[in-house]
Design a protein around this ligand. Structure first.
Ligand SMILES: NC(=O)c1ccc[n+]([C@@H]2O[C@H](COP(=O)([O-])OP(=O)(O)OC[C@H]3O[C@@H](n4cnc5c(N)ncnc54)[C@H](O)[C@@H]3O)[C@@H](O)[C@H]2O)c1
Length: 351
């Protein structure tokens, strides 16, 4: 089951309820992000009537073995069995921790994601990758376990602050660059500011991701394209994870996408015009600090843990023009340093 049911139209909650009824689950466990508004939690509870409710303080710190241990203890003590279904209502961190827990509880039970951030709606809740942070390294532990269903409701975005909203937008830009030329042109020509528009775009990106994921569920081939911007992005996240001014996932990916587009330009996969259009689009939404050059070695250290790497070489997924992507691409040390310097330069001159 690698293509989940996607409920996103006006009848979404009725359709999810019907789905739950058909599946005849023995019990429903609701795991919810404590940052959700009381009304949102009340609404979900009224709609789904869960048997067990587990609040979770979602963050990069609790997206970890310790966080999962808390979830699994509560689930185990609730008397859940193999026909239990988890419902994960929260952002990307909660969806990752909840999906990981569902993948290992009694060797795997069904789960449903109700993503409540833009990041989770357009990306994190969709593809069945579950990831945990460990020993200061981003997403180094994980499983692949596909959601039975995903429900996308724009109402959740109303309580999301603008920094988190824009962070999620990075993944929509990413999908446009690697797989949706029409969307890329639309984004370049029209600034998005309305919640309802963000959510519509999230559904479009989610569908793009589902298509790619269905053709390569276990990440052996074309699915790696979805990792564009993440080789450098994850390194930045690991580097800043324990600092007060840590970067959000989408911010690190936005910086990473500019760097990796510059690498694509150096490798003649992108023209200067295409590089400039990617840079302009990202600068339209993101104001980010430069990364001090003395930190570059640390970034290389974290890049060395990237899951795409092979035989000690750092591998990138790079745009091939706009709307396509080439996977398993290497770059020289100098090309990567120039890319970091380029990204620093454009952000410094845009702040
Ligand atoms: N598994 C995947 O395929 C995948 C893909 C992309 C990203 N991710 C992961 O997702 C995480 C980032 O996700 P994120 O940006 O959603 O971060 P997040 O889950 O940390 O949420 C950001 C903040 O928003 C809060 N929040 C959640 N819903 C809210 C709402 N409706 N209103 C107000 N506040 C709300 C959260 O408590 C948190 O403080 C990263 O860990 C990243 O690695 C995973």
């Amino acid at each position: 089951m690698n293509k989940p049911m996607l409920f996103y139209t006006a009848q979404r909650w009725n359709r999810l309820n019907k789905f739950l009824h058909q599946k005849q689950y023995s019990s429903i466990i609701l795991l919810y992000d404590t940052k959700l508004s009381k009304q949102a939690v009340k609404f979900i509870t009224r709609e789904l009537k869960p048997d067990v409710i587990i609040p979770f303080h979602a963050s990069e710190e609790s997206k970890s073995l310790a966080g999962v241990q808390n979830i699994l203890s509560a689930v185990a003590l609730s008397g859940a069995d193999r026909q239990t279904v988890f419902v994960n209502a929260g952002g990307g961190s909660l969806c990752d921790a909840g999906a990981f827990s569902a993948s290992v509880f009694k060797r795997g039970v069904d789960f449903i994601n109700i993503p409540t951030t833009l990041m989770a709606q357009c990306d994190a809740a969709i593809g069945g990758k579950t990831s945990l942070n460990h020993v200061g390294i981003k997403n180094i532990i994980g499983t692949i376990h596909f959601p039975a269903a995903v429900l996308i409701d724009p109402m959740f975005l109303k309580t999301l602050d603008s920094r988190n909203l824009i962070s999620g937008f990075a993944e929509i830009i990413k999908t446009a660059i690697i797989a949706d030329k029409v969307l890329f042109r639309m984004l370049l020509n029209q600034e998005v500011r309305q919640h309802s528009d963000f959510s519509k775009l999230a559904v479009r990106s989610a569908k793009n991701k589902m298509k790619i994921t269905a053709s390569d569920p276990y990440d052996r081939n074309i699915r790696k394209a979805l990792n564009f911007g993440h080789t450098i992005g994850h390194a930045i996240e690991s580097f800043t994870m324990h600092e007060n001014d840590k970067w959000f996932h989408g911010e690190a990916v936005a910086f990473g996408m500019i760097c990796e587009s510059f690498i694509a330009f150096q490798k003649k996969l992108m023209t200067i015009k295409e590089l400039n259009s990617v840079t302009d689009l990202i600068l339209q939404y993101f104001r980010l600090p430069a990364i001090p050059e003395h930190a570059f070695d640390q970034l290389f250290y974290f890049m060395s843990f990237d899951k795409k790497n092979k035989s000690g070489n750092i591998h990138f997924s790079l745009p091939d023009g706009i709307g396509a992507c080439k996977i398993n691409q290497t770059a020289t040390h100098d090309q990567i340093v120039s890319a970091l310097q380029y990204s620093n330069f454009v952000f410094q001159h845009n702040n």
